[in-house]
Write a protein that binds this ligand. Structure first.
Ligand code: PMP
Length: 431
């Protein structure tokens, strides 16, 4: 496999685009460097790059592409909207239809508002929670990612239940002090945070099933306690379901865990691959939002017919019988195959999987929180990533990301992937 054209294009990109990429996760920084591959065409479970190499894709664009690339039903919906005009700046019937679809699937979203990205959706839920509670602080969980708005780009301080420090230059320390970060799956630190700051906490923000330090499920009862204790303290609970909604079931993670938040943020899958976000929640909370209430949020592109049409088409595909059973079955086959090969080659591998999403960690230990994910072997993952790429398997370039199956993947694709896994494990075992 040669990557001559990708290498040339990356050099060119570095001349014009900062870092050569339009999102930092696309650079191969998390896997020891290298040239990001320039893809040219996606169809079903496959990518073809500019050098003509074919890959089986498990990146799925970091989650949205659950139907596989260029799904005909979604492509037709997008084409139709292109000829009808992609942006109106007026209400459309499509928005009503899509809002109802989302509400039917996620009943806690009694009222919704469409925005353009997951970042915007989460950012706005926080503003609305602050408006509703007249409080300022937010509790979040270490390692959960909630987009790049100032408030949520904050890491933990030196210990549990400490005020945050900015995770990025350009974020005022004063703003980071409004965020308290505690470990996921650890109720004691969370309790401590609420004891200390409870009266000032507007909202507790959480990925109900984590996707951002790998796939990590909440321990039984954890999210119920998160809810109960937040409500006791007068704070709202916001679920960031940007990755999780429609990923594991037709609906949300809140459905799977059986706990309802006060507000929910969505993105990724609900746009069928086009830019979108949405947030929603209880009517009395959502009525804080302009034009009804004092919390302002607006958007030129919000609810645009192209994104909404793609979103409706995507959910229509997902409604087909057997969708999630297939994702689960293929996920299980992939997980078992990886674990078998790991055993053969005596490699320390743990797989965290929920249905059609899984993370392969190089470790002997369980991964239930960010620190444990961080402690897994990144160097071995980096080598594995590059070996798999040479075998034509496109993974996310980070040990913290998930492999996402799509309904376009077949048993043969999994077989081919497992042969690549075996080939890649072999040299790792010999080191
Ligand atoms: N929340 C979660 C859980 C995410 O995974 C992401 C993106 N990876 C975001 C929010 C931000 O979404 P976007 O990139 O669409 O702004």
């Amino acid at each position: 496999m040669n990557w001559n054209k990708s290498e040339e294009l990356y050099k060119d990109a570095e001349e014009h685009i900062v870092g050569g990429v339009n999102s930092p996760s696309r650079a191969y920084k998390g896997v020891g460097g290298g040239t990001p591959i320039f893809m040219e065409k996606g169809e079903g479970a496959y990518f073809w790059d500019v050098d003509g190499n074919r890959y089986i894709d498990y990146l799925a664009a970091y989650g949205p592409i659950i139907t596989g690339h260029a799904h005909p039903h979604i492509a037709e919906a997008i084409a139709k909207s292109a000829y009808n005009g992609v942006l109106y700046g007026t209400p459309t019937v499509l928005e009503n239809r899509f809002a109802k679809m989302l509400k039917d699937a996620i009943p806690s979203m009694e009222k919704v508002r469409f925005v353009n990205s997951g970042t915007e959706a989460v950012m706005t839920t926080i503003r609305v929670a602050r408006a509703y509670t007249n409080r300022t602080k937010v509790i979040k969980f270490a390692g959960c990612y909630h987009g790049h708005s100032d408030l949520v780009l904050v890491a933990a301080g030196s210990g549990p239940a400490t005020l945050g420090t900015p995770d990025s230059a350009g974020i005022p320390t004063s703003m980071a002090k409004e965020v308290i970060t505690v470990p996921f799956n650890e109720i004691e630190s969370y309790k401590e945070a609420l004891d200390k700051y409870g009266d000032d906490v507007a909202a507790v923000l959480v990925e109900p099933i984590v996707g951002n330090f790998g796939i990590v499920e909440p321990k039984p009862g954890f999210l119920q306690q998160v809810n109960d204790l937040a409500h006791d303290a007068g704070a709202l609970v916001i679920y960031d379901e940007v990755i999780t909604a429609f990923r594991f079931t037709y609906g949300s993670a809140q459905d799977l865990v059986g706990v309802e938040p006060d507000m929910t943020a969505l993105g990724k899958i609900i746009g069928g691959g086009l830019p979108i976000g949405a947030y929603g929640g209880r009517v009395d909370i959502m009525e804080q939002v302009a034009p009804l209430g004092p919390a302002y949020q607006a958007g030129t592109m919000a609810g645009n017919p192209a994104s909404i049409s793609a979103g409706i088409a995507c959910l229509e595909v997902l409604q087909q019988e057997g969708t999630y059973e297939k994702l689960d079955r293929l996920g299980e086959k992939l997980e078992n195959g990886i674990l078998n090969h790991a055993e053969t080659y005596k490699l320390p591998v743990k797989v965290n999987r929920l249905k059609g999403a899984l993370t392969v960690y190089f470790t002997e230990d369980e991964v239930e929180n960010y620190d444990q994910a961080d402690a897994t072997d990144g160097e071995m993952f980096a080598k594995f990533f590059h070996l798999m790429l040479k075998e034509g398997i496109n993974l996310a370039p980070s040990k913290f990301e998930a492999w996402f199956l799509t309904i376009a993947h077949t048993d043969e694709d999994i077989d081919e992937t497992l042969r690549a896994v075996e080939k890649s494990f072999k040299p790792l075992a010999n080191e």
